[in-house]
Design a protein around this ligand. Structure first.
Ligand SMILES: Cc1cc2nc3c(=O)[nH]c(=O)nc-3n(C[C@H](O)[C@H](O)[C@H](O)COP(=O)(O)OP(=O)(O)OC[C@H]3O[C@@H](n4cnc5c(N)ncnc54)[C@H](O)[C@@H]3O)c2cc1C
Length: 244
């Protein structure tokens, strides 16, 4: 994983869209003209040709790609759950930046809670408030409630990073931040994404915890679906379903 991350920083710059990460799915979505999105619809179970939602409603499906950890969704994958690393990201507003260059500040002190800091306003951004946006990430486990966590982070920023005069904006607790993987991979074949002819798997947890991995796995799963449609078996089934 270190070699991969090191290679990525060697190949290009660390970047973030001007409108934030949400701009990436927005852009992908804007190119899909015939796709129907159903948001806020947690899935309980995926079966052959059926997706059962938490609210017990059922979606008919000829082929399903599960783009997340599938173990809880498919009965014969139980006990193969992915473990996850979690993190807390706290956002603050400040008047000025302690780091002027667009750099991620890594805090290499075992006794500190804060792991890294980044000023989003150090790169091109659509933020027009005139204030600086600071994100602070905590990866260490702790038992602090939100108030104590904020107080501790503010104190550490002051004592270690010389950052003061900040106001707290929002905290995100990301329980499934990155998959905890022992068998890291960079590639997967489209046939490996195929659980059965009606269910395919995708998601970064198949390879390594990164957007690259998520995109590679998604593309291979899509190729797997196309191959399955092209090889005819499922198409024959679909044709007979539609004609009947
Ligand atoms: C703070 C942070 C910073 C990161 N920075 C970087 C970075 O700089 N570069 C990089 O390459 N990677 C980074 N990553 C990792 C990157 O975000 C992930 O690797 C990537 O988002 C994984 O994409 P995915 O599509 O596999 O999974 P996700 O983006 O996690 O998508 C899975 C989706 O499935 C949904 N879902 C799960 N279960 C169900 C269910 N039962 N029913 C319905 N929906 C469900 C979830 O809600 C989620 O929307 C970062 C991650 C974090 C947390």
């Amino acid at each position: 994983m270190f070699e991969f991350v090191y290679k990525m920083f060697g190949n290009g710059l660390a970047v973030i869209p001007k409108e934030g990460m949400q701009a990436i799915p927005n852009q992908l979505k804007s190119n899909l003209k015939n796709t129907h999105f159903k948001f806020n619809s947690p899935v309980k179970e995926v079966k052959d040709k059926r997706i059962i939602l938490e609210d017990e409603s059922i979606l008919e499906s000829n082929i399903t790609i599960i783009a997340t950890d599938a173990s809880a969704l498919i009965s014969n994958l139980k006990n193969q759950e992915t473990d996850w690393k979690s993190c807390n990201t706290l956002y603050f507003e400040t008047k000025k930046r302690a780091i002027n260059k667009p750099l991620i500040g890594l805090i290499c002190d075992d006794n500190m809670l804060v792991n890294n800091i980044f000023y989003h306003t150090s790169v091109a951004t659509l933020n027009k408030t005139g204030k600086e946006l600071l994100s602070v990430t905590v990866v260490k486990r702790h038992q602090l409630n939100e108030k104590d966590l904020i107080d501790k982070v503010v104190e550490e920023l002051h004592s270690k990073c010389n950052i003061s005069d900040i106001s707290f904006l929002k905290r995100y607790q990301i329980k499934k931040a990155l998959p905890m993987l022992t068998n890291l991979q960079y590639e997967i074949s489209s046939t490996e994404t195929k659980l059965k002819s009606t269910i395919f798997l995708a998601g970064d947890q198949l390879l390594n915890g990164s957007l690259n991995a998520a995109m590679i796995a998604g593309e291979r799963a899509a190729m797997g679906v196309i191959q399955t449609l092209e090889d005819g078996s499922i198409t024959d089934e679909l044709t007979s379903e539609y004609s009947s």
